[in-house]
Design a protein around this ligand. Structure first.
Ligand code: BGP
Length: 478
């Protein structure tokens, strides 16, 4: 579809940037915070790149005012952050930690004072370790009540000032790593348990949305989904089937359930034949269907291209966590699909396909299938950056990436997509869960590496000045 002229970005478009608690805050054991599963996991040898962890991260907990001042200077109109569950409920439930709650009060108030809309993520992967120990975190149905109580605490405390909320961040990506690839805690590879944990997480997501309706009736809430639109490797029917399988099993399984409260039937039948489908109790599907989100949060980084995978074909493989280009193997599910490089697309040093048109396709597919507004809750480029003399970082590659993805957003708006805003990943440099500190995403460079926290100095990159101009022009000057 070619447009002769493009629609402008709407006046109330959210020009944002994003982060997550564990990746920026540090202060992992300060002011009464309890441990999360990540605080424990990163201490196990070999789990993360060079043993990197978020003990200090970029020390946002202590430098919040400085970071918000930089956001204001840049002209952001939205900032997406997550609350650390064990910072506010050290044991996951029960007594709240007032110091933790007060930190987010200060952050929210500082943002509002600058005219920056807070976008609060309830869960960005830092399950309280206490609940993991007690009943297996997402594997125990008790988490539905505990997560609901935690969310209600935040709705009551911040709902007067925060109107845009994200429920679960990337349930699909996080639980795939946690229960299939063994790369996030609790590091298992068991498909039956994977689907069981997802089913419970869906119910917890639904509980949160139901409570939100009562406690923040004038707010809007939705999950953030890691959406990698599928492409077929060729027009061979077997590749089309592989593509279809990938859409069902890697995308619709989550999106259909969030938006319609139903599992894709072909995928469900396949899992039932293998005894791997989740146990669905009476009332579960009704609870899911009754909790339709207000919008879809879209985390978009790349598309994936699929080809046929025979029953004795390749299984799931770890991703590239070193930045050594070309080190990602083909990965798949025997009998369903496997990934293959797309010869049409350039890739980053971490082998992520750079595909702005894929973002437009993602936005169009979401709009046509679910008829909901979309908020881009993450999009950005992780790359090696070089701090040069005079505190300069010339990240032209990041500007190019973001410019092309924002241009794709404008095409999608012109296609009829109700796009609420764009939160670039990330505002400052941050800890990348498995890739350490060398895979940088920020507009603001942070002077630290994997093992040496140095002075944690903030340095504006070229992309900082570029995004400031984009925002000031309302997206007219990309
Ligand atoms: C998403 C996560 C973010 C962030 C981002 C970049 O999956 O929601 O927390 O980490 O991806 O990924 P990575 O850090 O692996 O490059």
């Amino acid at each position: 579809m070619h447009h002769v002229s493009l629609r402008p970005f709407p006046d109330n478009f959210l020009w944002g940037a994003a982060s997550a608690a564990y990746q920026v805050e540090g202060a992992f054991d300060i002011d009464g915070k309890g441990l999360s599963v990540w605080d424990v996991f990163v201490r196990e040898p070999g789990r993360t790149f060079q043993g990197s962890n978020g003990d200090v991260a970029v020390d946002h907990y202590h430098r919040m005012e400085e970071d918000v001042a930089l956001m204001a200077e840049m002209g952001l109109t939205a900032y997406r952050f997550s609350v650390s569950w064990p910072r506010v409920l050290p044991q996951g439930r029960g007594a709240a930690n007032e110091a933790g709650l007060a930190f987010y009060d200060r952050l929210i108030d500082a943002l509002l004072a600058q005219g920056i809309e807070p976008v609060l993520t309830l869960y960005h992967w830092d399950m309280p370790q206490a609940l993991q120990d007690e009943y297996g975190g997402w594997e125990g149905r008790r988490v539905i009540d505990d997560f609901g109580d935690y969310c209600a605490l935040l709705f009551r405390r911040y709902g007067d000032r925060v109107k845009t909320w994200v429920s679960l961040n990337e349930q699909n990506y996080n639980l795939s790593n946690a229960y299939l690839l063994a790369t996030h805690p609790p590091a298992l590879a068991d498909r039956k348990r994977f689907y069981a944990a997802n089913h419970i997480a869906f119910l917890a997501n639904a509980r949160a949305i139901q409570l939100f309706r009562q406690l923040v009736p004038d707010g809007r809430i939705g999950p953030s989904f890691a959406y990698s639109p599928a492409y077929p490797a060729s027009c061979a029917p077997a590749d089309l089937l592989a593509f279809d399988n990938a859409e069902e099993f890697t995308n619709h399984w989550w999106l259909d359930t969030y938006c319609y409260g139903r599992y894709p039937q072909v995928a469900l039948a396949w899992l039932r034949q293998r005894g791997e489908a989740p146990d669905i109790l009476p009332g579960d599907m009704a609870a899911l269907a009754a909790a339709k989100p207000d919008f879809i949060g879209l985390n978009y980084y790349y598309t994936l291209t699929y080809t046929d995978n025979p029953p004795d074909g390749v299984g799931l493989q770890r991703i590239n966590t070193t930045g050594q280009k070309g080190s990602t193997p083909s990965s798949g599910v025997p009998g369903l699909y496997r990934t293959t490089p797309n010869p049409q697309l350039e890739t980053s040093n971490w082998d992520w396909a750079i595909d702005p048109t894929g973002l437009r396709i993602a936005l169009r597919r979401l709009t046509s299938r679910y008829a909901l507004p979309v908020l881009i809750t993450e999009n950005g480029l992780g790359e090696f950056d070089r701090l040069e003399d005079g505190d300069q970082v010339h990240d032209a590659y990041r500007i190019d990436y973001l410019r092309r993805h924002l241009a794709a957003c404008q095409e999608a708006i012109s296609d009829g997509v109700a796009l609420m805003g764009f939160c670039a990943w990330s505002f400052t440099d941050i800890l990348s869960w498995l890739n350490g500190y060398q895979k940088r995403y920020g507009f603001v460079y942070v002077n630290r590496d994997e093992t040496d926290v140095r002075d944690l100095r903030r340095v504006r990159k070229d992309s900082f000045f570029w995004y400031r101009r984009v925002i000031a022009s309302g997206g007219r000057e990309l």
